[in-house]
Design a protein. Structure first.
Ligand SMILES: [Zn+2]
Length: 390
C-alpha cells in the first residue's frame, strides 16, 4: 500500500484552502457560487464528477460521491463565513496569506480549511484506486452561518444527507465531539399605551414593563440554568440579544420587543424550556400590560454515543496520524449536525482541524499541518468505515 505521505498532495490542499479563503462568502448574503465552482473544477480535473444542488440564488451546494450502495459515510462542511468585523487584522481577512505554517483569513478555521481537508481526503481515496464497500458522500454547503434553508436544510429535503453515519467538519482541534447544545431563539413583545412624556401616568410604558421581565429572566432563570450540567458541555444559558422600543423621546412607548438566545443541554425537555420563559411572561401579563412570547427557532441538542464505531475509529486514526491520544468532547455552539443528527437521526460527530476559539474572531488562522493531518485521518476513517480495511 502506498504511504499516506505519498498519497496526500499538500500543494493541492493548501492551494484550495487559500483560494476558498480569498472568496469573501460572507453571510449575509452568503454567496458561495465561486467556492462551489472552485470545488467542481478541482474534482473534475481529477476525474470525479461533482454535482450542484441549488434552489436559492447564489447559494448552491456541492455534492460528490465515491463508491456505491450502503453503508453511506457523509462528510458535511459549510462554505459561508461571518463578517471580518471592524477590528484591524494582521493579514487581510480575505487575502489567504500563508505565513509561518499558518493559513490566515476569515473562514480558515470556520471552516474552509476543514472543507479543503475533506476534499483532499476525497481525492486521495479516488486516486488510491481502492474500491469502497459503500458510499462516501461529501457535501460542501451554503447558508450555515445564519441557520438558513438553502444549505444542509435543502439537502435534507432533497434526500441528499441520508447516511448511516456522518462527520460534520467544524473545527475541533483534531478532537472528536459527540454532543452539541440545542438552541431556542425567541421574542417577547410588550404592548402598552402612548401618552405625552409630561403625563406618563396616562400611558402604559412598554419599555419599563419589559425591563421588569428582563430582570426576572436574569435574576431568577439564569442562576437556575447554571446549576444544570453535562459532562462534555457548558451549562445551559439565556441571553437577551436584541432590544427595540420607543419612537420619540417625549412619548411614552407603547411597544417594545426583545429577542433572546437560550442554549439547551441534553436532558432539558422542549416543553420545559418553553414553559420556564412563559411563566415569567405570564407573571407580568395583565390586561394593561399585554405581553407576547413567540419561539422563532428551536433545535434540540444532539448526542451520539461515544461507543459508536465512527467515534472509536476516528480516535484510533487521530492517534495514528498525530501520535496524540484525544478525549471526546462536546460543542457549545450550533452546527448543521442539528439537521443531520437531531432531525434525520443519523449518528453524527464533529471533527476538523483548527481551533474553534478563533472562529468568528479577528486574525483567524489555521495550522497547515493540522489540515494535512485531518485529510489523512479522514482518508483512513473512510477506508475503515466503508469496510475496506487497511
Ligand atoms: Zn462553522
Amino acid at each position: 500500500m502506498k504511504e499516506l505521505s505519498d498519497l496526500i498532495n499538500i500543494n493541492r490542499l493548501n492551494a484550495l484552502a487559500g483560494d476558498l479563503v480569498r472568496i469573501p462568502s460572507i453571510n449575509p448574503p452568503g454567496n458561495v457560487e465561486a467556492c462551489v465552482d472552485r470545488l467542481m473544477k478541482l474534482f473534475e480535473r481529477h476525474g470525479v464528477h461533482g454535482r450542484v444542488v441549488s434552489k436559492f440564488e447564489g447559494k448552491p451546494n456541492f455534492v460528490a460521491e465515491l463508491g456505491h450502495g450502503s453503508p453511506v459515510l457523509l462528510w458535511n462542511g459549510h462554505l459561508d463565513v461571518v463578517t471580518a468585523g471592524e477590528e484591524k487584522w494582521e493579514h487581510d481577512p480575505f487575502g489567504g496569506a500563508i505565513k509561518d505554517g499558518f493559513l490566515w483569513g476569515r473562514g480558515s478555521v470556520d471552516m474552509k480549511g476543514s472543507v479543503s481537508s475533506m476534499a483532499e481526503a476525497f481525492l486521495m481515496l479516488a486516486e488510491s484506486g481502492r474500491e469502497l464497500k459503500g458510499t462516501l458522500k461529501m457535501t460542501a454547503v451554503s447558508d450555515e452561518e445564519n441557520f438558513g434553508v438553502a444549505g444542509t436544510r435543502l439537502l435534507a429535503d432533497e434526500g441528499e444527507v441520508k447516511a448511516d453515519f456522518a462527520i460534520v467538519g467544524e473545527p475541533t482541534n483534531l478532537g472528536v465531539e459527540v454532543v452539541q447544545r440545542g438552541i431556542m431563539w425567541f421574542d417577547i413583545i410588550a404592548h402598552g399605551k402612548t401618552s405625552h412624556g409630561a403625563r406618563p401616568h396616562l400611558g402604559i410604558n412598554a419599555i419599563e414593563n419589559m425591563v421588569e421581565v428582563v430582570k426576572i429572566l436574569k435574576d431568577r432563570l439564569s442562576p437556575l440554568l447554571k446549576e444544570r450540567s453535562h459532562p462534555l458541555l457548558s451549562p445551559p444559558c439565556i441571553s437577551i440579544t436584541m432590544f427595540h422600543g420607543g419612537e420619540k423621546v417625549n412619548v411614552i412607548p407603547d411597544y417594545c420587543k426583545l429577542s433572546g438566545d437560550r442554549r439547551i443541554i441534553p436532558g432539558e425537555k422542549e416543553e420545559d424550556v418553553r414553559r420556564e420563559i412563559e411563566e415569567v411572561v405570564r407573571e407580568y401579563r395583565t390586561d394593561e400590560n399585554r405581553l407576547e412570547f413567540n419561539v422563532q427557532k428551536l433545535v434540540l441538542p444532539t448526542e451520539t454515543s461515544s461507543d459508536h464505531p465512527l467515534v472509536q475509529t476516528l480516535l484510533k486514526n487521530i492517534e495514528r496520524v498525530t501520535g496524540e491520544k484525544k478525549n471526546i468532547a462536546g460543542k457549545d455552539a450550533g452546527t448543521d449536525a442539528y439537521i443531520i443528527n437531531a432531525q434525520l437521526g443519523v449518528p453524527t460527530v464533529m471533527f476538523g482541524p483548527g481551533d474553534f476559539r478563533l472562529s468568528h474572531r479577528p486574525n483567524e488562522h489555521i495550522p497547515l499541518e493540522d489540515m494535512a493531518q485531518a485529510a489523512k485521518i479522514h482518508y483512513l476513517t473512510a477506508l475503515n468505515m466503508l469496510g475496506v480495511g487497511l
